[in-house]
Ligand binder design. Structure first.
Ligand SMILES: [Zn+2]
Length: 106
């Protein structure tokens, strides 16, 4: 299934809202044809210790081979789209896989 940018944005937004983390983030994985192949939100690893699992990390784990691009989106407490950059760990992993990470502009 091909998706245009506004469809991707809507899907990311809905997925991010399902996150139970304080910073609600979703990521979509896209292959070389521009097809959406995976979607995930961030998850708390441990409710008491913090340090959750990042959405882009989950997307890379689901489809490491066909993945070409990841788009991430963060929803703020008031439901607004907030600026987001991948953390250095995810950025490093993406570079290793040859995957480009983009974020939806606030
Ligand atoms: Zn990360």
């Amino acid at each position: 299934m091909k998706c245009n940018t506004s469809q991707i944005r809507d899907r990311l937004y809905k997925k991010a809202l399902e996150s139970i983390c304080r910073y609600r983030i979703a990521a979509i994985g896209i292959d070389y044809r521009g097809t959406v192949i995976s979607i995930a939100n961030n998850q708390p690893r441990n409710l008491y210790k913090g340090g959750g699992i990042h959405a882009e990390q989950r997307v890379m784990h689901k489809s490491p081979r066909s993945l070409k691009k990841i788009i991430i989106l963060r929803v703020g407490e008031g439901g607004e789209i907030r600026p987001i950059d991948p953390c250095s760990k995810c950025a490093e992993k993406a570079a290793e896989l040859g995957v480009k990470i983009e974020s939806v502009a606030a």
